[in-house]
Design a protein around this ligand. Structure first.
Ligand SMILES: [Zn+2]
Length: 153
């Protein structure tokens, strides 16, 4: 089973929220997962690459609210979900862990397009506005991963 990946910046923010909010957050069904007590282990190359994609999206397709990205097992037929999470004052992007690495990246791009148009899209969540955002996210991630690969060679 793949261990959940939590964006390090937002993980620190969430850890601070848990500390300051105490059991009110911990008792909530939407509460973030408990942070490991030990130091984080080194990321695998795939985890590093995933983080490169998330970091590129944060820079090139930014939003003015927190966006937490996690790779987890999702109940139901979803490869990814984007949910409003009042406990972080922003959005939580869940990526289904039981898929290929390319699937993780594809789901991240798809979900970040929802992040990009959150609050502006029509009732059809995959409308033209979302489609334009998807293209922007796709190009952003492709450029970032191409650059990362070039640096490794
Ligand atoms: Zn969608």
């Amino acid at each position: 089973m793949r261990r959940p990946i939590v964006d390090p910046i937002l993980a620190a923010l969430l850890a601070a929220l848990v500390v300051t909010a105490g059991c009110a957050l911990l008792g909530c069904a939407a509460a973030p997962p408990a942070m490991p007590a030990q130091a984080p282990t080194a990321l695998t190359p795939e985890e590093e690459t995933f983080q490169v994609a998330v970091a590129a999206l944060r820079v090139e397709v930014p939003r003015p609210f927190p966006v937490l990205v996690e790779i987890v097992e999702i109940d139901g037929p979803y490869l990814g979900l984007t949910l409003l999470d009042p406990s972080i004052g922003g959005l939580r992007v869940l990526i289904e862990s039981r898929q290929s690495f390319q699937g993780l990246i594809d789901a991240l791009v798809h979900e970040w397009a929802h992040v990009a148009v959150w609050g502006a899209s029509s009732e059809d969540s995959h409308d033209a506005l979302w489609g334009v955002a998807y293209a922007r996210c796709y190009r952003c991630v492709r450029r970032a991963l191409d650059s990362a690969r070039a640096e490794m060679q």
